[in-house]
Design a protein around this ligand. Structure first.
Ligand SMILES: [Ca+2]
Length: 496
């Protein structure tokens, strides 16, 4: 039998055992955690949380430059009734990073304010086993996922890796064999598009029934926005939406021929390899560069070229500023994006729609139309905007209409080319009531009268249901509006 020396066993125990305390049990108080690693949970595994739970955990880093990563180990709460909320800050006014409910497997969440506040809430009945999550504090987001170096709280990614935490493989799948990898981005050969050049524009080469990644992490993630494809320009126009914290009012254009995004002014947007909103300290970079040069001379090796390129470009030109102002990162707390409002400074001329979400948009000759939506102050809009893709200009329409449909959100807007009318169907009204109305309008090309009218179906009482958050298409063959899905309430008619 092999005798294991006592000292060796002891040494192993000291190394393996974590030096942190587990923070468990949820007792309606706020727990403040300052260790660099820990586990939080509503209670022991296998035991349900209690009803009427309200528990808070505040994780505090040593400085506001550090990052806190939360990784869920398991999660199971009563769906839509019991929640876990995660904030990037120390109060409930801080930006919300996520809201989780049900049997869920959330992705890792990163707070960049130096604080992360987690709230678990349950209602008064039906309990499940809750959640367990592991947190860690690091100088860079997710420690640069082992694909880069952390310099002054910013990940400098290795060649072939990108994103704020270097977790994204650049030029994946060797650009599908249809492009060249130039500075971490696939430059597709003629006839191929998409982030990895996987989509062919030759019909004979096109493999059907398959999803392609066209773009990721370039424009700000959002929901309840509108997206319209315009064949004249072979581009997708994305307007507005909601990013869980801010209402957006930007127009972003994806060009299929170049696989690139542009902003409204025609500036090309890139997914920055350096996309975090901190300026890298020049002296820290110089120190790193010197270290790399030393290594190079000592071992006769070439050091990571992307790293050097970035460092040189920082001193040479405005590459950093350009990337820094790209759309790869969310605005920090209190750093609201500013958009031009609906009116110019002189208060008279209308320029463009303000921020909104839950609006509807549709293709229209020359560009696209947009109606309604929820504004940052919570009110709904009844504006009808036309965007001209050639002139790159917005125009507020139907201003002279004697009748205007109500302010709406989650409605649909559909153009029927053969009737030249645009149809507005259903949606939610200001106080949450669903609409069962259909309106239509025909725009004038010569500056003539533009009148909204309510469409009353022949021989029936109108839509027999109120509907919101649905979709609508126009079928040219049957000359019909086809309405699909959505949330319904029945309409009760009284006949007299
Ligand atoms: Ca419950």
């Amino acid at each position: 039998m092999v005798q294991v020396p006592y000292q060796l066993v002891l040494a192993l125990i000291v190394i393996v055992a974590p030096s942190v305390t587990y923070s468990t049990s949820c007792d309606k108080s706020r727990k403040v955690l300052t260790d660099s690693w820990g586990i939080i949970s509503d209670g022991p595994i296998g035991e349900n949380y209690t009803h009427d739970t309200h528990c808070e955990w505040l994780i505090k880093a040593n400085s506001t430059d550090q990052f806190i990563t939360l990784k869920f180990l398991y999660m199971n709460t009563e769906c839509s009734y019991d929640y876990v909320f995660v904030y990037d800050g120390y109060s409930f006014q801080a930006p919300l990073l996520g809201t989780f409910s049900g049997k869920n497997d959330p992705q890792n969440i990163v707070a960049s304010s130096g604080y992360m506040l987690i709230l678990m809430y349950s209602d008064t009945n039906y309990m499940l086993d809750g959640f367990q999550a592991e947190y860690s504090i690091s100088n860079c987001p997710s420690n640069c996922t082992h694909h880069g170096q952390c310099v002054a709280h910013t990940c400098i990614c290795d060649t072939d890796w990108g994103g704020e935490d270097c977790s994204r493989k650049l030029c994946a799948n060797q650009c599908s064999g249809h492009g060249d990898c130039i500075e971490g981005q696939c430059l597709c050969r003629q006839g191929y598009v998409g982030q990895y050049c996987s989509l062919s524009d030759h019909d004979q080469d096109r493999e059907g029934n398959r999803w392609h990644t066209l773009s990721q992490d370039v424009i700000e993630a959002r929901t309840s926005h509108s997206a319209v494809y315009v064949d004249d320009t072979d581009a997708l126009y994305v307007f507005g939406g909601f990013n869980l914290n801010l209402v957006l009012g930007d127009l972003k254009v994806y060009w299929f021929n170049s696989s690139r995004w542009e902003d409204e002014d025609g500036n090309v947007l890139e997914s920055g390899k350096l996309s975090h909103g901190h300026l890298v300290d020049a002296s820290a970079l110089a120190a790193l560069l010197n270290k790399e040069r030393e290594k190079e001379s000592r071992w006769g090796l070439r050091t990571p070229t992307i790293l050097q390129n970035i460092i040189y470009s920082l001193t040479d030109n405005n590459t950093w500023n350009y990337r820094h102002h790209g759309e790869g990162s969310n605005p920090g707390p209190g750093q609201l994006r500013l958009y031009r409002g609906s009116r110019q400074a002189n208060g008279s001329e209308v320029v463009r729609p303000g921020p909104r979400f839950g609006h509807a948009a549709c293709r229209y000759p020359g560009g696209f139309l947009l109606y309604g939506g929820k504004l940052p102050d919570g009110s709904l809009s009844s504006e009808l905007w036309l965007y001209n893709v050639t002139a790159r200009s917005w125009d507020l329409r139907a201003l002279g209409s004697n009748f205007t449909p109500p302010p709406l959100s989650k409605h649909t807007l559909t153009y029927a080319p053969d009737t030249e009318h645009v149809y507005l169907v259903g949606g939610s009204r200001q106080h949450g009531e669903f609409s069962n109305r259909i309106y239509r309008i025909k725009l004038s090309t010569v500056g003539g009268d533009e009148q909204w009218t309510e469409l009353v179906p022949r021989g029936g009482p109108g839509l027999e249901f109120r509907v919101t958050a649905h979709s609508t298409v126009y079928d040219v063959y049957s000359k019909s509006l086809l309405i699909y899905g959505g949330i319904l309430t029945q309409v009760r008619y009284t006949y007299v």
